[in-house]
Design a protein around this ligand. Structure first.
Ligand code: PHE
Length: 481
């Protein structure tokens, strides 16, 4: 069954894809990972992957969605049947659904923190507070499973309500208000950072490249982050692409998404590190960078409470425009496959992800260091889930690149791309060789660093993928390559 749904305007896919891409990944994760990994070196790997690997895969993923006009799981099933390829390629859809659950589960918990801080900022609770008080406040939030669950529930319910209203009334209308407001707020925060912080130090930190600074796990994190920030390899872009009008340009749109997403991350990084360095604070604070270091910077600055409050509203808005794109692929699948109504499908997806999110909640308190989970897996459940997504997303992207580059024929793809021959050749070369090689390189480079038991798992997944490529059998008239 096809969904027959198409975005109202030609530009809506762009809006939706940017809404999905710009999120906690840009505002929270990018700055803290950069801070932990020593600045420029991390950004170099991140930027290279975005442009050499991310954009080609973004084009491929959108194309698969638009060509199938179905949710990722049903869409991949449809494409493997109609193009006579090996059925193992359907794993792309399932891997994506698994990633969506995993990501939404922790995404919603972290976004919940932003609800807490919006409230604290706007009520002026943190104005003038010192490092100790702000640190203690964050620790107290993390120590309370009840409070974390409350915020996590609020956020996921709000996201579910938007998706439940449908792609036109809910997603499109929501984004049309949200996105322009977000860009305006981001600029306010940037100017505030320039006026009150140390912009030169921030720029120096972000743009001084020294690859030697990057640890082995840093390579994996940088690549994982470039997939994460573009929402790649897990079906979000495929699901949105399914609603894209046939006459919109795939490559131009993908390029715009990547450039804007990178620009937002850079601006957020500049603004946040200006404030952090201006207040003489530490860049390597980890996930707490936005929630401890930044509030501290705001606490000491003029109108800090107000600007801080507005900043956390930006974080929340960006997070919600991303979380809806995590719900959509799975919800659309449940509607297509089991004939559920949209609200029922959204409810099922959100409930399951909410429950999984409780693992992230307890990672910060009852199951923190020393618990059984820690002993078994060597890290908290939250870190474990994040690590899995760092692997699943590039892996999904790799499979998408291989499918679009090798399993589909030249003319099948050209028909969808409708672009100049030269650019088409460049793109095809990138998805066939460059993207797979880059992902494999980073995996091989960093994975020995990661816990031993993961290696067999990932190895097995890669072998399954390779097997799928090998078994792609020619259907009728598929001699051409
Ligand atoms: N791209 C989003 C961000 O940067 C996260 C995301 C990942 C959203 C995957 C959808 C799918 O915050």
């Amino acid at each position: 069954m096809s969904t027959h749904n198409v975005w109202t305007h030609k530009g809506t896919f762009l809006l939706a894809a940017i809404g999905s891409a710009v999120g906690l990944g840009n505002l929270w994760r990018f700055p803290y990972l950069t801070g932990e990994n020593g600045g420029g070196a991390f950004i170099l790997v991140y930027a290279l992957t975005i442009f050499a690997v991310g954009i080609p895969i973004l084009i491929a993923e959108t194309m698969l969605g638009r060509a199938s006009r179905r949710s990722p799981i049903m869409g991949m099933r449809f494409l493997t049947r109609t193009h006579g390829t090996y059925r193992a390629w359907e794993s792309i859809g399932w891997l994506g659904a698994a990633s969506a659950f995993l990501i939404l589960s922790f995404y919603s918990v972290i976004a919940g923190w932003a609800i807490h801080y919006t409230w604290q900022m706007l009520t002026g609770t943190l104005v003038g507070a010192d490092a100790e008080a702000i640190g203690a406040g964050f620790d107290a939030l993390l120590a309370s499973p009840g409070l974390l669950t409350f915020y996590h529930s609020l956020f996921i319910i709000a996201s579910g309500l938007i998706v439940g209203m449908g792609i036109h009334k809910g997603i499109e209308n929501g984004l049309r208000i949200l996105m322009p407001a977000l860009f305006a707020i981001l600029l306010v925060v940037l100017f505030y950072g320039i006026a009150n912080g140390d912009f030169a130090a921030a720029a120096g930190f972000l743009f001084t490249f020294n690859l030697g600074d990057l640890s082995l796990e840093g390579w994996l994190q940088a690549m994982g982050q470039s997939f994460f920030t573009l929402s790649l390899g897990m079906g979000a872009i495929m699901a949105y692409g399914a609603y894209m009008p046939s006459d919109a340009s795939l490559s131009r749109t993908a390029f715009a998404v990547a450039v804007i997403d990178t620009a937002v991350a850079t601006v957020a990084g500049l603004a946040i590190f200006s404030l952090v360095f201006g207040a003489g604070l530490d860049a390597a604070a980890g996930p707490g960078l936005m929630f401890v270091t930044l509030p501290l910077a705001f606490a000491e600055m003029p109108f800090g409470g107000l600007v801080g409050g507005v900043f956390f509203i930006l974080v929340l808005g960006a997070a919600i425009s991303s979380s809806i794109s995590l719900i959509e692929p799975v919800a659309a699948f449940l509607v297509e496959r089991f004939d559920l109504t949209r609200p029922q499908a959204v409810f099922a997806m959100v409930l399951a992800s909410w429950a999984l999110g409780l693992l992230t909640v307890v990672s910060f308190n009852t199951w923190a260091e020393g618990s059984l989970f820690h002993t078994l897996f060597g890290r908290s459940a939250f870190d474990f889930i994040e690590l899995l997504t760092n692997i699943f997303m590039p892996l999904g992207g790799l499979l998408i690149a291989l499918f679009a580059g090798w399993a589909l024929t030249y003319s099948e793809v050209m028909k969808e791309m409708r672009t100049s021959e030269t650019w088409f050749q460049v793109w095809r070369f990138l998805v066939r060789f460059v993207a797979p090689a880059a992902v494999a390189f980073v995996f091989l480079r960093s994975i020995p660093q990661v816990e031993g038991y993961l290696l067999p798992t990932v190895g097995a997944l890669i072998i399954v993928g390779a097997f799928a490529v090998g078994r792609t059998y020619p259907g009728k008239g598929r001699q051409e390559r």
